[in-house]
Design a protein around this ligand. Structure first.
Ligand code: NAP
Length: 522
């Protein structure tokens, strides 16, 4: 069995047994053991020092344009080995080819996007923000905001569901800003991330210390972070709370960004008629957002709001589409949806459906483990797409509080007004994305005004977007990813928004002549 390696201090360190025991990685379709991982023996103080003393100074000495060139090479290294990465993704995370490409192509695409953004920022080592402002009666005292690289280390802790994209979307922003990265994938699916880093390291273009990989536990790494560092976390709300409330991070005001879970909602507005292009888009999107990556996306649809008098018809239309989804081993060409990624995920999924069942009833699926097409009987972490329904949205308790990280969503009625929809969506406590399907600009405006503050992104599905819209689950690098409340309160991607996490805003004050000269303006 393969033993995964961490990449630290400029070399590969194989996991070993000691105080920490090995974590075993399995193929979720067959339960075959495929690799083991441990970070035993890593000197995390030395890892941090390597990033601080080697990677940081090398990156900060570069311009945005030069760092952009590194990202371009990273993107190419992943793109050139796309097929191999897709195979590893199928093996370790159970993804079908299209689901794997959502992660792997998402990684190379996001790196390429940030390379082009950095290219446009060009020959500069810091950014300016806004206009300068005169602070006294004359130009003798003047102020301007600039953004400079933070002089510490960016530590990235990622979730199991995006082993390639999760690493790449964070690393792209930090490296472009000029911060060295220590990346830690979720151990259960680290096979893909390990290979991504290997490909990038082998290509040999990154400065020493710019990128290190920890496979396994973070040991005492997080205890060692200080005021200049950044911790960016993606994962469950529970882990987020544990990490962000660490005493040393609070005492040092270490910058912490959290991308956590989210009970995303899709709302069908009352103007959308059966058979219309917008209704077709709504059905297609909801089914995709329930089943893509077996529902293991932080942006997946968990709650489906439909005008009360349409609930039965929408339920039938969704069931017709969900019934056609073939669940099984992605190695079988007939399969459209793979297993959930781990045994723990399957346990959580079945427990979660049970919890939702207290206030909603299953209308499609069984709430039990299923056998998968092309998989050995009794093996594999399979579950059928599962649709539940509650006829009283405001009393649906767990539907608004329990994230079931699987192909599971609940139909809920509302009275057709934007006000009622926004209030029901808000019961989820903050979402990464809320989608609304309407061709009525007035209804959309009302919904955005009432519900916009409770989400990081509003995806409007309409006749005009039906041909081009990628689905509400796609976190595109040009627009914000992150949401308020239980979604973590973080901000990633969104062009420069994500880069600014790794930059320090500094107000520079002095004579206008000196400040203008410093920022390179006449
Ligand atoms: P998780 O159990 O919270 O783990 C996330 C990461 O945290 C893993 O790398 C894990 O490492 C690490 N971790 C756990 N405890 C730690 C500790 N005490 N110290 C340091 N690191 C620790 O989440 P998950 O099951 O991997 O991911 C699923 C969740 O992520 C879902 O709730 C989903 O909604 C959320 N998610 C959010 C986004 C977003 O962008 N908002 C994106 C994807 C997923 P080990 O694997 O080694 O335990």
């Amino acid at each position: 069995m393969k033993t995964l390696k961490s990449y630290v201090l400029g070399s590969w360190q194989e996991g070993k047994e000691g105080n920490l025991s090995f974590v075993t990685l399995v193929d979720p379709s067959t339960e075959e053991e495929i690799a083991r991982a441990s970070s035993e023996g890593i000197d995390f103080g030395a890892v941090l020092a390597h990033a601080r003393e080697r990677g940081g100074p090398a990156l900060r000495a570069m311009t945005f344009g030069q760092r952009a060139a590194l990202l371009k090479e990273m993107s190419k290294a992943l793109r050139d080995h796309r097929d191999e990465l897709l195979d590893l993704s199928a093996r370790n995370t159970g993804t079908t080819r299209p689901d794997g490409s959502f992660d792997v192509d998402g990684a190379s695409g996001t790196l390429a996007y940030y390379a082009s953004l950095g290219w446009r920022l060009g020959d500069r080592t810091f950014l300016t923000e806004g206009e300068g402002v005169q602070l006294a009666k004359t130009e003798g005292f003047y102020g301007r905001h600039i953004l400079v690289p933070r002089p510490g280390v960016a530590v990235h802790v990622n979730a199991f569901n995006f082993p390639a994209w999760g690493f790449a979307e964070k690393a792209a922003c930090a490296l472009l800003a000029g911060m060295p990265v220590i990346t830690k994938p979720a151990t259960a699916t680290a096979l893909v991330t390990e290979r991504c880093i290997e490909l990038i390291v082998e290509a040999g273009f990154l400065p020493d210390g710019a990128l290190q990989l920890i496979v396994g536990s973070t040991g005492d790494l997080l205890d060692r972070l200080g005021p200049e560092d950044v911790l960016a976390f993606t994962g469950s709300a529970d882990t987020a709370l544990t990490l962000r409330s660490r005493g040393n991070l609070l005492a040092a005001n270490t910058r912490v960004n959290v991308e956590a879970d989210s009970l995303n909602a899709a709302v069908l507005a009352p103007d959308v008629q059966d058979g219309s292009a917008t209704f077709g888009l709504f059905l297609k999107d909801v089914v995709r957002e329930m089943t893509q990556k077996t529902g293991q996306k932080c942006t997946a649809v968990r709650r489906i709001l439909v005008p009360a008098d349409r609930l039965g018809g929408v339920q039938d239309a969704l069931i017709a589409k969900l019934s056609a989804v073939v669940v099984g081993n992605p190695a079988d060409p007939a399969v459209r949806m793979g297993p959930v990624a781990t045994a723990q995920q399957l346990r959580d999924t079945l427990a979660g459906i049970g919890e939702l069942g207290k206030t909603a009833r299953i209308v499609h699926g069984t709430g039990q483990r299923a056998d998968g097409v092309g998989a050995p009987a009794g093996k594999g972490f399979f579950v059928q797409p599962t649709l539940l329904r509650s006829d009283d949205a405001r009393s649906a308790g767990p539907v608004h509080s329990r994230e079931v990280f699987a192909p599971v969503a609940t139909l809920l009625p509302y009275d057709g007004t934007a006000a009622d929809a926004a209030e029901i969506v808000a019961l989820g406590g903050g979402t990464l994305v809320t989608s609304a399907y309407t061709d009525d600009a007035g209804w959309a405006g009302d919904f955005v005004a009432r519900g916009g503050g409770g989400t990081g992104r509003i995806y409007l599905g309409s006749e005009g977007s039906a041909a081009d819209a990628p689905g509400s689950g796609a976190a595109l690098p040009q627009t914000l990813h992150g949401g308020p409340g239980r979604a973590g309160g973080g901000e990633e991607l969104g062009g420069l928004v994500g880069v600014k996490l790794y930059l320090q805003r500094v107000a520079v004050q002095g004579s206008k002549a000196l400040v203008d000269g410093l920022v390179g303006e006449p």
